[in-house]
Design a protein. Sequence first.
Length: 196
Amino acid sequence: RLGIKEDGIYTIQPDLHGPAKCDMEAVGGGWTVIQARHDGSEDFNRTWEEYRQGFGSPLGEHWLGNAALYALTATGQHQLRIELEDWHQQKRHATYSNFRVASEMQRWGAFSGDAGNALSYSKRYNHDGRFFSTSDRDNDRYTAGNCGQYYGAGWWFDACLAANLNGHYYRGRYSGDLNMYYWQQDFRKKHSNVEL
């Protein structure tokens, strides 16, 4: 927030080992974009290491990286804002007032927040406090398999999901495949920004 008032690519403190996109327009500005999806150009079915480092470009679709999320949220209190848009230009958002990601040793655990909705859909599907899973690292509570592998994404899966913003990106109508880019009961998300 050092007097910067325009959206752009900046180096964030603490050092994140690379650039990050900053949103200076939403709700007072000063938001770091940790995930962006808008056209399906980036494959989010990635390994543990790729989610640790981050992938894509802050100019397009990307995941900032779990190491960066940990560095950004290790001290203090942080808000998480999720912005969604469907194929009919309907927009929604959710804001979590206390978001934190634990260290890699703690399996990037504790997707922690308080806004309810799809991230704490029910006792069975509650992403709050869960460990991060990928197709090659099973940390979820689903005993019959690996949610990250089944849904083709890295996420804070429970057993398995009520939300999956990193799933397969489908254009247009719902195809019946739950491996997709998913939020609550609406399967047709076109665009998302997840910001700290």
